[in-house]
Design a protein around this ligand. Structure first.
Ligand SMILES: Cc1cc2nc3c(=O)[nH]c(=O)nc-3n(C[C@H](O)[C@H](O)[C@H](O)COP(=O)(O)OP(=O)(O)OC[C@H]3O[C@@H](n4cnc5c(N)ncnc54)[C@H](O)[C@@H]3O)c2cc1C
Length: 383
């Protein structure tokens, strides 16, 4: 018997008789690294063992790089989502809709929200992360940017029906900046504020910060930095004992936090609950369990789509090698990555190491990269 904490609930396993499915391989989550893995397997003509599963809460994989463009009304929904069914059909994978709510690393058994349990020989997690929440009395709607389908539904409702008069975006990183800029484009009558726990855009060069501040000012988005929101109470946001006044909706675009079931799974996790992995992308404690992207913790690897994408080809090789008993490859994170931050008008800010720039040209480049990525993924699911 095993007890796992899921939010405020404790889930006791083995007391409830749930059906258990056996599989040689489960890919949990349709994140970037898994999409790249499937693409590589198709290119190589490799077919995973019969009965292998891709688990996803949604029938499509959403591409985060294009979310701000979607919210700024620059892309259509179909541009940003990749249907998983055709891809799975081509590879003979079973696509299972659902999400992991608990995991027993010792038994390699996943518990799903449907009640189904899955025991696998090899498990690969690419389940992303979620924005950290704040303490709330539920007097205000708190809307996390992830999962994307729920966020998009809320945004569509705002566009079609009642736009809130005031929106507060909590977060100071690239995603929070892009979402605030995008919302200011699609909901121009709304007063927007960006509340950062520390500085705006930490880790980006001063050149980018200055341009970002100018853009936010230009869009009349108020910035409050060093203002960690500690609670929501009676329709107001609080920073310690300071009341920041009323708002109508709160968007959570805070830094990545781990799914709660990861830390209680028996896996070796870091202090924030992310799964510690080695350079072969395997759990440090359980070598038949792989983890990639935001849900994993590896020194030097950052929580961004760029790193998850680069892990994809190594994961494709290593999962195959683990199934066949051959040699695994090593993944080495790149020392730094290029970031292109969309400004909501088709432009973007470029950030690379100590360098920064901005303008329409970089927006055009970002669109080419993002649309190109989706186009390549789509070609693989259709061919
Ligand atoms: C608005 C926004 C814009 C961003 N723009 C960029 C950008 O331009 N460039 C960049 O590099 N990074 C960007 N990021 C960061 C980027 O989204 C993440 O770092 C990246 O998505 C991580 O990829 P991943 O493969 O780990 O997981 P994800 O791409 O997040 O995919 C995780 C998958 O797991 C599924 N899942 C979640 N929970 C479960 C569960 N319990 N069980 C099963 N499946 C589950 C999800 O449905 C999803 O399909 C952005 C983030 C946001 C919020």
């Amino acid at each position: 018997m095993r007890a796992c904490r899921q939010g405020s609930r404790w889930i006791i396993w083995a007391m409830t008789k749930t059906p258990t499915l056996q599989t040689p391989l489960i890919l949990a989550g349709a994140g970037h690294a898994h999409l790249l893995t499937l693409r590589q397997w198709l290119d190589q003509g490799y077919t995973p063992p019969p009965g292998s599963i891709l688990l996803s809460p949604d029938p499509a994989a959403w591409y985060s790089g294009m979310m701000p463009g979607l919210i700024a009304s620059r892309f259509h929904l179909a541009d940003c989502a990749l249907p998983l069914d055709p891809l799975c059909t081509r590879l003979g994978l079973r696509l299972l809709h659902g999400q992991v709510t608990a995991f027993d690393a010792g038994q390699r058994t996943l518990q799903l929200d449907s009640g189904l349990a899955i025991q696998a020989d090899i498990v690969s997690f690419n389940v992303g992360s979620q924005p950290a929440s704040v303490i709330t009395d539920d007097s205000l709607p708190l809307i996390p940017v992830k999962p994307f389908p729920a966020f998009i539904r809320q945004w569509q409702q705002w566009c079609a029906e009642a736009t809130p008069r005031r929106i507060s975006v909590i977060g100071g990183g690239a995603a929070a900046f892009e979402i605030a800029m995008a919302l200011a484009t699609s909901l121009p009558d709304c007063q927007m504020q960006l509340l950062c726990a520390g500085e705006l855009l930490p880790g980006h060069p001063p050149m980018v910060l200055k341009r970002a501040q100018r853009w936010l000012q230009h869009r009349q988005i108020t910035i409050q930095d060093n203002c960690r929101i500690t609670r929501v109470h009676e329709g107001q946001l609080w920073h310690d004992d300071t009341c920041l006044g009323p708002t109508d909706a709160v968007i959570l675009a805070t830094g990545a936090s781990a799914h709660t079931w990861q830390a209680s799974s028996g896996l070796n996790t870091d202090e924030r609950g992310f799964i510690r992995i080695d350079h072969q992308l395997r759990s440090l404690s359980h070598p038949k369990i792989f983890a990639t992207g935001d849900c994993a913790s590896l020194p030097g690897s950052q929580k961004s789509g760029v790193y998850a994408v680069r892990q994809g080809p190594v994961l494709a090789h290593n999962l195959k090698a683990a199934l066949q008993g051959t040699t695994l490859q090593r993944y080495q994170p790149q020392p730094q990555a290029l970031a292109l931050l969309a400004t909501g008008d088709g432009g973007a800010l470029l950030s690379y190491g100590r360098w920064g720039a901005g303008g329409k040209l970089f927006g055009w480049w970002k669109d080419r990269l993002d649309l190109g990525f989706m186009q390549r993924q789509r070609l693989h699911s259709q061919a």
